[in-house]
Design a protein around this ligand. Structure first.
Ligand SMILES: [Zn+2]
Length: 258
């Protein structure tokens, strides 16, 4: 059996607090050889480091655009210290812009994102980027720096995809691709994502793949369901799931394991 790496899981979510060791064990049994635990504010970044060390996983440290309004003035130095505090930390993020939810004012989202882009560049770490309905605002920020990274849970249009690929980013595909209704645009765009730029992620506990049958009683997504994302991509790209698993594992290592 080919193994896979889940490029993004929210392991610090309260939805996992009761049974995290079994969630991780189930994922390993299902062929998920490792995963990246996402930090989305300073507290969850610290917790992600602890989890990554305890369970031998990868993690990121950063502030999500939703939480940007709570970021301290000392964010650059705080994150910089966390980045080098453990060799399990492999990326700056989750950072970016979310103009869909707008939980933080846009100018604050932009400045907190830019701070993290500058940090990633200075520390030579890849970025773990979140963008919803904000492509035209994110590109000018990216163009102020030169960084590698993943545009996670890509749900944008063809222009956005082309610009992110031209910039050099890898594209993270979640269970969104398994959604027969809102995933249709993404399914059409998949053909434009080269195999060597593709990463797969569950974004668990969110985005339960709708192709799972029978559906789990709890609506919670888990990293053990990553193969549903790989299977759907393989189906759409008309190749084997093994090809997708091997390519995305290699891409993950190339980007994050240095
Ligand atoms: Zn996100």
């Amino acid at each position: 059996m080919s193994t896979m790496i889940d490029a993004g899981v929210n392991l610090t979510s309260s939805q996992f607090s009761a049974d995290l060791p079994s969630v991780i064990a189930r994922a390993k049994s299902a062929g998920v050889s490792s995963m990246l635990a996402i930090g989305c504010d300073l507290q969850s970044s610290k917790e992600s480091i602890e989890l990554a060390e305890k369970h031998q996983l990868f993690c990121s440290v950063g502030v999500h655009p939703h939480d940007a309004r709570h970021a301290p003035d000392s964010l650059y130095d705080d994150l910089s210290a966390l980045l080098t505090s453990s060799n399990h930390v492999v990326a700056v993020g989750e950072c970016g812009l979310d103009f869909n939810r707008d939980f933080s004012p846009r100018p604050i989202q932009q400045s907190v994102c830019l701070t993290q882009l500058h940090l990633a560049q200075a520390a030579n770490f890849p970025v773990y980027l979140h963008e919803r309905e904000a492509h035209s605002a994110l590109m000018p920020l990216l163009n102020e720096v030169k960084v590698e990274g993943i545009l996670h849970c890509f749900t944008g249009d063809k222009t956005a995809l082309k610009n992110y690929l031209d910039y050099g980013l890898m594209i993270g595909i979640t269970g969104w691709i398994c959604d027969e209704r809102r995933g249709q645009d993404l399914q059409q765009l998949l053909q434009y994502i080269p195999l060597d730029r593709l990463l797969i992620e569950t974004d668990a506990p969110y985005l339960l793949p709708r192709t799972i049958t029978p559906k789990p009683k709890s609506r919670r997504n888990e990293p053990m369901f990553l193969s549903y994302v790989a299977d759907q991509i393989a189906h759409l790209k008309q190749c084997s799931a093994q090809t997708i698993m091997q390519a995305t594992t290699q891409n993950f290592k190339q980007l994050f394991v240095r």
